[in-house]
Design a binder for this molecule. Structure first.
Ligand code: ADP
Ligand code: MG
Length: 780
């Protein structure tokens, strides 16, 4: 961090400008590198921006850059030039010898920002690169060598996982996590934090000898023996089913820990039989079960249902499959970011999520005033009885704006709502553009034009993040027209789970001192109102009768606003608890990944054969010679670590399936889960030694041939966005949360804090500023 920066950000900016005025880029850059001089580094960037882009950085950008050098999340409004602000911090890091990853919101922005900023970096003499989904292996390898790399967290995380699976050190692309600057930080660090990145391999299918019997048992059950839950897509045994299972498999209590695996297999069989539907969830094609993606409705290539669920579905259709996808590695985004030694972030909307940033990551939110103060008018929230009257009102609002030539951007809850609104606009004969393509580039193009006079653009709330909406596009005359009509009007059509998400849309209007306004339209039938029981918060005599008019009753308005605060508090609490729930796995992954890397690179020589199978090792030495045997030992241990780790992941998943039930017995499920994982991991070393022993036997048996270690034939990666993850399921979340009484929750919300929040500590030691996250892991 920059010395004393936070005490005097404005002075710092002044010093930077003074140094820039009396210096040259090359001279300042040399000083910055040689002395790691912060003023010189910033001044060099300042001049390079002027020369390379023809822009003069604002003080707000220099100050944002200063905050970015420490573990902060900088809040600087949309359109204020954060892309350039990040260059200041990135360059300073490079001067200190760190390689920097600038993590962008999508592939389009990775490429755009790198190309856009390249002239600056070129003048400073440092190398830059970008990576997108399309980048080849060789391109990636080269790009990771650059001083500053623009990349999405997704691509970077996939590379990290793939590097765990390579068989030769030189096959790794060398994704090293040193220093990250996260753009649109709230989206990545909060909204998408829990999404796991997954790397899977095609392996020879291993037959599970128990499964057919279990499947037949499930198939023979009657309606009373099981129940299904549509919401969570889960199936489970009822009391009579439990009895039957206990009798059939000769066990005590099916919910006892030793029966977790059996229970998971029964549940998967039930799910395959009674929840998953052919032609809806999957299709059977060429003798194989193929998943249909819930979002796109298309076949998800290379995907299979997790673990034995896939086998169960295959059995349902009498299929015999010889290959299968096995999850070889996975990492939720929040833990991937944890791999970095140093992280900071920037976004237009951070303050309303400052607790999240602090508790989950130990990051402090710093607000930086925009260069030109915002003159946006935020109109009061408009509340309607139901979705129909709300959207009708939105259409009228759009019509009024549209007719006077004011551009309108509507942010909807989801694609379905976009389409409903679009149909209504068609009826009203209002020309508009609907954005629901999953194509970043096209999306950017449409959003960029959303500021043209009279333009009406309907899109989901987050679409086109990072793309600047200039009033009137590049045309001065058009700009004047749009300004005269009042600037961009941002309309939200739903109450988001947090204020921040509604703010995100608002922030797209009135950039850089432009005129603009915003308004949020909500209705009492939105799901969020039901979840947090709006009806109970409002005394029944005050709850409105059905009406198409705007509702103005003060109690209603107040309680609707409260719903969002309750939701915010609860989501944070859930996030903290889920984080605790999974923390142990993260420790285990770190240990496993680093052990494998050390064996692969030769940093550490495996000696399992020498230590545990000395005699057979001696035999093998005669057969293969020392060099071949050493290489074989390395190849086997790396491959078998992968196998062990994929088993661990499968075990942990089956555990999560059953573990929430221990809450009923009064135990703490997070603790139970951690203990079980710890035990399993403890046994893994022994299992690995055994596998290594078997491999050695096999080698001696088939000598002089050297059999291949068990490796996936092919690797593929994906995001587990469509939440097959048990952690996302309500049952588990609720078990973790205990019984939640939302009525009460609302009452004590204002004082409410998660039980072991680091807040108190923070007050006594304000300099520590470590969140739960750092407490769990300690600093690297
Ligand atoms: P943000 O990421 O904060 O939303 P961007 O980095 O996308 O903003 O920049 C928004 C716009 O502001 C761009 O068109 C950029 O060219 C312009 N801009 C950035 N910095 C300056 C500056 N110092 N002077 C003038 N225009 C600037
Ligand atoms: Mg941006």
């Amino acid at each position: 961090m920059i010395k004393n920066f936070e005490k005097r950000p404005a002075e710092f900016a002044a010093e930077v400008k003074a140094a820039a005025e009396s210096g040259y880029i090359s001279e300042l850059a040399a000083k910055a590198r040689a002395e790691k001089n912060e003023i010189a580094a910033f001044a060099a960037v300042y001049l390079a921006v002027q020369k390379g882009l023809g822009l003069t950085p604002f003080d707000s950008q220099i100050i944002a850059g200063g905050y970015l050098d420490d573990e902060n999340v900088v809040e600087l409004a949309t359109g204020e030039g954060k892309t350039i602000a990040a260059v200041f911090a990135a360059y300073l890091s490079v001067c200190r010898g760190e390689r920097v990853h600038i993590l962008t919101f999508n592939d389009y922005l990775a490429k755009r920002d790198r190309e856009w900023m390249k002239p600056i970096y070129d003048l400073l003499g440092i190398s830059t690169a970008y990576i997108t989904e399309k980048s080849t292996h060789d391109e990636r390898k080269a790009a990771y060598g650059a001083d500053v790399l623009y990349i999405t967290v997704k691509e970077c995380g996939f590379d990290f996982l793939r590097d765990f699976l390579v068989t030769e050190p030189e096959d790794a692309v060398g994704c090293e996590c040193v220093r990250a600057i996260v753009d649109e930080a709230d989206s990545l660090l909060i909204d998408e934090a829990r999404i796991p990145l997954v790397a899977a391999g095609i392996m020879d299918a291993q037959k599970d000898a128990e499964l057919p019997g279990i499947f037949e048992f499930a198939k023979a059950l009657t309606d009373e023996d099981y129940a299904t839950d549509e919401g969570t897509a889960a199936a489970y045994l009822t009391a009579s089913g439990e009895e039957k299972a206990e009798a059939r498999f000769g066990i005590g209590n099916i919910y006892d820990e030793e029966n977790n695996e059996l229970l998971a297999k029964i549940n998967d069989s039930l799910k395959a039989l009674y929840v998953l539907a052919e032609d809806k969830d999957y299709i059977v094609k060429d003798g194989a079960v193929r998943i249909i993606d819930a979002f796109t409705g298309r076949i998800a290539e290379n995907r299979s249902f997790p673990g034995i669920l896939q086998s169960a579905v295959e059995m349902k259709h009498g299929l015999d499959v010889t290959e299968r996808g096995v999850i070889m590695g996975s990492i939720p985004i929040q833990f991937f970011l944890r791999q970095y030694g140093r992280v900071s972030g920037m976004t237009g909307t951070a303050l309303s999520a400052k607790d999240e940033f602090n508790e989950l990551y130990g990051l402090i939110v710093k607000h930086v005033d925009p260069n030109t103060p915002s003159i946006r008018e935020d109109k009061p929230m408009a509340v309607y009885y139901d979705e129909g009257s709300k959207l009708a009102a939105v259409v009228e609002e759009i019509r009024t704006a549209h007719e006077k030539g004011q551009p309108v951007l509507v942010g909807t809850a989801d694609i379905a709502q976009s389409e409903r609104l679009s149909a209504l606009l068609d009826e009203a004969e209002i020309e508009h553009t609907v954005l629901n393509a999953k194509n970043d580039e096209l999306e950017a193009e449409i959003i960029r034009n959303a500021g043209m006079p009279g333009a009406v653009t309907v899109s989901t709330n987050m679409a086109g993040r990072g793309v600047d909406i200039k009033l009137g596009g590049a045309d001065e005359k058009e700009r004047d027209k749009a300004v005269e009509a009042g600037g961009l009007y941002a309309i939200g059509t739903f109450l988001a789970e947090s204020e921040r998400i509604n703010d995100q849309l608002r922030g797209r209007s009135a950039r850089q001192g432009d005129p603009g306004c915003s308004r949020l339209f909500v209705s009492l039938d939105e799901k969020i109102m039901t979840i947090y029981k709006l009806k109970k918060l409002i005394p029944s005599h005050k709850y409105p009768e059905p009406t198409t008019e705007e509702i103005t009753e003060k109690t209603v308005l107040r309680e609707v606003a409260r719903i969002q605060r309750i939701s915010q508090g609860k989501t944070l609490d859930e996030r903290v608890r889920l984080l605790k729930f999974t923390m142990i796995g993260e420790k285990h992954r770190d240990l496993t990944f680093s052990a494998r890397r050390q064996y692969l690179t030769g940093e550490k020589k495996p000696t399992i054969w020498q230590d545990h199978y000395a005699i057979r090792y001696g035999d093998a030495l005669m057969l293969f010679g020392e060099e071949r045997l050493a290489k074989a030992q390395r190849d086997y241990i790396t491959a078998l670590i992968n196998v062990q780790w994929s088993r661990y992941l499968e075990y942990a998943a089956s555990l999560r399936e059953g573990i929430h039930l221990s809450a009923i017995g009064g135990k703490n499920p997070a603790e139970e889960y951690n203990i079980a994982c710890e035990e399993y991991f403890g046994d893994m070393g022994e299992a690995l030694t055994e596998d290594m022993g078997k491999a050695l036997e096999r080698m001696i048996e088939v000598a002089p041939e050297l059999p291949d270690p068990p490796r996936p034939k092919r690797i593929y990666t994906y995001l587990l966005e469509d939440t097959g993850d048990e952690l996302e399921r309500r049952t588990l979340a609720e078990a973790l949360m205990g019984e939640i009484d939302y009525d009460e929750y609302g009452e004590y919300y204002e004082e409410y804090r998660p039980s072991d929040s680091p807040k108190k500590e923070k007050e006594s030691e304000p300099k520590e500023k470590k969140g739960l996250f750092s407490k769990l892991f300690g600093k690297k």
